[in-house]
Design a protein around this ligand. Structure first.
Ligand SMILES: *Cc1c(COP(=O)(O)O)cnc(C)c1O
Length: 244
């Protein structure tokens, strides 16, 4: 039994190593195709449902950023992450009443889409004596049950957040609708890139358009071609998720 288990685990390590290498090569190719270098693209691994041992293995291969979706899961895994060698971010939907639990633990919250949430991040960061970087999440496909602000509300929200203390807007994030073709998804990525450039050009005070976070396992290549400089890859690195 023990031998069987360790063989399975070895297989998972091997798969992660191979996947990591493939993704890095694809990042380099897509970056080159869009006139950039591999180091211009930040590779964040989405680690929901993944055991810390496997996450830390990916970190040992060179992965520098990880992102969790759920506060409870993040807290339960927190002491086990190799955070000496990687940076932890929050990428999921965040309820205002849970902000306090992750401030000081995450370097960035990628999923801010309303001023109440931003206010609470500001308040808790000030209390904690830290600054928290955030991305504003855009619901680019205008989907009903999805997080994110609509594009026409984006600039006003960013303006409001920029006035708050201990919180810094560092860019935009999006999870576009599921599409049945690369062409369709690229339309959404193009729209996001346009918003990103429009806002960068305005040079708003206290707003830094450093990151455009879009693209997941199935579409990160297209996202990079459309201008993403941060991708969030989960199953493509760790394999299919097993929900317990
Ligand atoms: C799970 C998740 C990802 C990664 O999804 P995969 O399809 O597994 O690559 C990226 N972003 C967010 C916000 C996620 O929740």
């Amino acid at each position: 039994m023990t031998e069987k288990l360790s063989a399975d685990k070895q297989q998972r390590f091997d798969d992660i190593r191979a996947n990591y290498q493939t993704i890095c090569e694809n990042i380099e190719k897509a970056a080159a195709e869009s006139g950039r270098k591999k180091n211009d693209i930040t590779f964040l691994a989405a680690t929901k449902t993944v055991e810390p041992e496997l996450i830390n293995y990916a970190i040992s291969l060179g992965l520098k950023k990880i992102g969790e979706n759920r506060v409870q899961e993040l807290l339960s895994k927190y002491d086990e992450y190799d955070l000496a060698n990687a940076d932890l971010q929050f990428i999921g939907h965040l309820q205002t009443n849970k902000v306090r639990q992750i401030i000081g633990k995450v370097s960035m919250i990628q999923s801010v889409d309303n001023i109440r949430l931003a206010n609470e991040i500001s308040r808790q960061s000030e209390k904690n004596g830290t600054d928290t970087d955030i991305l504003v999440e855009v619901n680019i496909g205008r989907e009903e049950n999805k997080s994110g602000v609509f594009e026409e509300e984006l600039e006003e929200l960013i303006g409001e957040i920029s006035l708050l203390k201990n919180i810094k807007v560092r860019g935009l994030m999006s999870v576009p609708p599921i599409c049945d073709s690369k062409q369709k998804i690229s339309k959404f990525f193009d729209k996001m890139y346009k918003l990103f450039i429009d806002i960068s050009t305005k040079k708003l005070d206290n707003v830094y358009m450093d990151y455009l976070s879009m693209g997941m396992s199935e579409d990160y290549y297209e996202a990079i071609l459309c201008g993403a400089n941060m991708i969030r890859v989960g199953s493509g690195l760790f394999g299919a998720r097993i929900y317990r």
